[in-house]
Design a protein. Structure first.
Length: 156
């Protein structure tokens, strides 16, 4: 007689049907962060994000690929040598979490503040919702206070 099926899935077993999609999502995210570092984010944004994509950063909500392109333009203008390092990626099914670190020298205005000429390094996490091979929603949390303190805009 066959052994009875356990009532709950074995957490040590991986779902092989979602593994290829998760690997593709991770590769897409890594290409996106690399493209932002190179300043080649326009084509990458069209590949990475759905046209009706939404990004949430704190209290801000922006929609569409034009919004993410403009946001990256703003940060690259403020930090011309901006570089992203992907520290960790967790991908499962249609969800993806990317822990990243950004660094750059503030040689241009940012959010109404003049350039400080100082270097800053800050960490963040981007949580993506995927559909049809592209990101449809991105929830970004980053250490903006730490960045501002390093730039001298906020007391440490």
């Amino acid at each position: 007689m066959p052994s009875p099926k356990p009532p709950f899935p074995d957490p040590m077993q991986t779902d092989q049907t979602t593994a290829p999609a998760a690997e593709q999502h991770e590769a897409l995210a890594r290409r996106w962060f690399d493209a932002m570092s190179r300043g080649d984010h326009y084509a990458a944004a069209d590949e990475t994000f759905a046209p009706d994509y939404t990004v949430f950063m704190g209290a801000d909500e922006m929609r569409g690929t034009a919004a993410i392109k403009a946001l990256v333009d703003q940060y690259r203008a403020a930090f011309p040598d901006l570089r992203f390092t992907v520290d960790d990626v967790i991908a499962e099914g249609d969800r993806l979490a990317v822990r990243w670190t950004a660094t750059g020298r503030n040689d241009g205005p940012l959010l109404g503040m003049p350039a400080s000429g100082r270097r800053a390094t800050w960490a963040g996490v981007s949580c993506w919702q995927m559909a049809d091979g592209r990101c449809i929603e991105d929830r970004v949390t980053m250490d903006a206070l730490g960045m501002m303190q390093q730039l001298g805009a906020v007391p440490a």
